[in-house]
Write a protein that binds this ligand. Structure first.
Ligand SMILES: Cc1cc2nc3c(=O)[nH]c(=O)nc-3n(C[C@H](O)[C@H](O)[C@H](O)COP(=O)(O)OP(=O)(O)OC[C@H]3O[C@@H](n4cnc5c(N)ncnc54)[C@H](O)[C@@H]3O)c2cc1C
Length: 241
């Protein structure tokens, strides 16, 4: 049994991301054939100027051509359960049916519990006891697919996840919000950081939704941005002055 830490690697990203999106955008407004647009693509800043206008107008189909794949290692099953709710993503996840936990199972301790030594100790005791019972089941000939039913949400998992750029932006907008749980925020932040290293122009899109909207649409706001209601009041007040 070992406490594990998240790691994320971007294992696949197109080399010609800007040119591909440009070709998709340009084809919508050009008499030329798509491949002519591709071959005659201008320099990056001109391509980006068109791309930003098209994305800004909400023509998101143009960025669906960009596919990204991540190796996501050591996240809790609680976190992967949240991640797999995103229906435009593709997943290949380590199976708890086919992979028998050897010895004791790996786990993720939430940082809020880790900060409290007394509670962290109790958490580890629980993991140890659960691990012992899991092993007892396995040794008694119970299949891993049934023995796993006692494993907690904290059990570590790993997966390969793919998504297109439109979905990555959507994922970031939802899961970088402070209303999302800390672990999935860290995971999505790590994914986004990897992409921004390669494509820095994407930084303004890979943000919590409030930064794109200019206000907070959550029921319980963290206070980072004004809520829609507060903003409307400010605007109305300004209009009456
Ligand atoms: C802070 C937070 C708290 C949450 N709490 C809960 C909770 O308590 N309980 C719970 O069950 N879930 C909860 N969720 C999960 C949430 O309800 C969504 O299932 C998850 O965030 C996926 O979002 P999505 O559907 O927008 O995105 P995706 O599945 O990634 O889809 C992207 C977009 O595609 C479109 N789309 C996809 N599928 C369809 C469809 N079938 N019909 C029409 N349009 C579609 C939508 O526009 C959607 O926004 C929570 C999520 C967050 C971020």
């Amino acid at each position: 049994m070992a406490k594990q830490k998240l790691s994320v690697e971007l294992i696949s990203i197109p080399n010609d991301m800007i040119k591909t999106i440009y070709t998709a955008c340009k084809t919508c407004y050009s008499a030329k054939l798509p491949y002519e647009n591709f071959l005659n693509a201008p320099e990056d800043d001109k391509m980006l100027s068109l791309i930003k206008r098209v994305i800004g107008s909400g023509h998101y189909s143009t960025i669906e051509h960009i596919q990204l794949t991540f190796a996501i290692q050591n996240v809790s099953r609680a976190c992967t359960h949240q991640l797999v709710r995103h229906r435009h993503m593709s997943f290949s996840q380590k199976s708890q049916r086919y992979v028998k936990e050897k010895g004791e199972f790996d786990y993720i301790m939430p940082s809020s519990i880790e900060k409290n030594p007394e509670l962290a100790k109790k958490f580890e005791e629980f993991i140890q006891n659960t691990s012992n019972l899991y092993q007892e089941f396995i040794e008694a000939g119970i299949l891993a697919e049934d023995a796993r039913s006692i494993l907690p949400n904290a059990a570590a998992s790993s997966l390969v996840a793919s998504l297109n750029l439109r979905e990555l932006i959507h994922l970031s907008n939802l899961r970088l919000c402070t209303r999302a749980q800390a672990e999935i925020r860290s995971l999505v932040k790590a994914m986004v950081d990897e992409v921004i290293k390669k494509e820095p122009w994407l930084k303004p899109y890979l943000v919590p939704k409030c930064e794109r909207l200019g206000y907070c649409d959550e029921d319980k706001s963290c206070g980072r941005m004004k809520t829609r209601e507060e903003l409307m009041c400010v605007n109305n007040c300004a209009a009456t002055v």
